[in-house]
Write a protein that binds this ligand. Structure first.
Ligand code: PSU
Ligand code: MN
Length: 309
């Protein structure tokens, strides 16, 4: 990270253990309080228990933070509902840094999405990043041209992202086409079907199936040796699938059009509505899959560390 943005306060944790980046938008805009805090804490402790070091990334009062203290995680978790957190994708990083720096008396967060977390993780020298679901091509793409910046960032930033695939709120086949066009390596862990977040099944074939952590680590290493600068997406099927989520998804997606919700508000709106319409069942499933991604992320990070030793 260049010295201007990497100050003493934002320092990456010093450790010889593999570092695992975590995003902050999932905390501020992806889940309600207090489940968001519970998930963030449990994810960090799973990572620690597997002998890796978690580093949740966010912007606090004009300061990039790589690795949050518990009280900061708590504050971040409350900041979504209190509207003190701005969802901040790559294009808003610079602006959010300068804007939030002007609010010294309010704890204002710039919460980073998959795209912006990938970028900051790479700058901080962190190779692995665990999240829940990645953004993708939206279902109404023909009309809205809505493609998440997560996909374009995956095309250019060499961070390995662990997710449970792409939610059925999105157009899964088109998301896979986009990733193929942009040369992103997409693997599925121990399944021959690409997972769709709540469900391990999307109807789309896995582009690559990986059976072991070591195999994934070897492929990441080989990409690096080939100077392939793009990202690597390892998708992990949800261990606690949620059935009958389709009608909730349909309703939420329809409401987006009816209410003319656009831009970066779309995804948080759909996530919130699906949680409401499934009586919170979607949250239980969401938490289980993030924890599962954390375990697999640590397994691969450790296999990678062995490989480059
Ligand atoms: N999908 C989820 N949970 C999330 C997100 C997506 O299941 O929390 C968040 C992530 O931060 C992701 C962002 O990077 O939404 C994508 O937003 P958009 O579709 O506006 O690019
Ligand atoms: Mn979008």
């Amino acid at each position: 990270m260049s010295p201007e943005v990497l100050t003493e306060k934002s320092l990456t944790p010093h450790t010889s253990k593999p570092l695992i980046a975590l995003e902050s938008t999932i905390v501020s805009h992806g889940m309600p309080y207090p489940q968001n805090l519970k998930t963030a804490i449990s994810c960090e402790s799973i990572i620690r228990s597997l002998d890796c070091t978690p580093a949740t990334i966010a912007i606090l009062n004009g300061q990039i933070k790589v690795g949050l203290e518990l009280h900061e995680l708590e504050d971040l978790a409350r900041s979504g509902e209190e509207k003190r957190a701005t969802k901040c994708t790559t294009r808003e990083l610079g602006y959010t840094l300068t804007k939030t720096a002007k609010n010294p008396n309010i704890k204002t967060w710039g919460s980073t999405t998959v795209a912006s977390t990938m970028h900051l993780a790479e700058m901080a020298g962190i190779d692995f990043f665990v999240t829940g679901g990645t953004g993708g091509v939206h279902r109404d793409y023909n009309y809205s041209l809505d493609v998440s910046a997560d996909l374009t960032e995956l095309a250019r930033t060499s961070t390995t992202v662990f997710s449970a695939g792409v939610k059925s709120i999105l157009d899964v086949p088109r998301t896979l086409e986009f990733l193929e066009t942009h040369g992103v390596t997409v693997g599925v862990y121990q399944s021959d079907e690409f997972p769709a977040f709540f469900s391990p099944k999307s109807g789309c074939k896995a582009p690559i199936v990986f059976e072991t952590y070591r195999e994934v680590a070897e492929a990441i290493r080989a990409n690096q040796k080939l100077y392939l600068d793009g990202g690597f997406l390892l998708t992990c099927p949800n261990p606690k699938p949620l059935e009958n989520v389709d009608s909730a998804v349909e309703t939420a997606v329809r409401e987006v059009t009816e209410k003319n919700i656009i831009g970066k508000e779309v995804t948080p709106y759909i996530l919130k509505r699906v949680a409401e319409l499934t009586d919170g069942n979607s949250l239980t499933s969401n938490i289980a899959l993030v924890e599962n991604n954390a375990r697999i992320g640590c397994g691969v990070a450790k296999a990678y560390q062995e490989l480059v030793k």
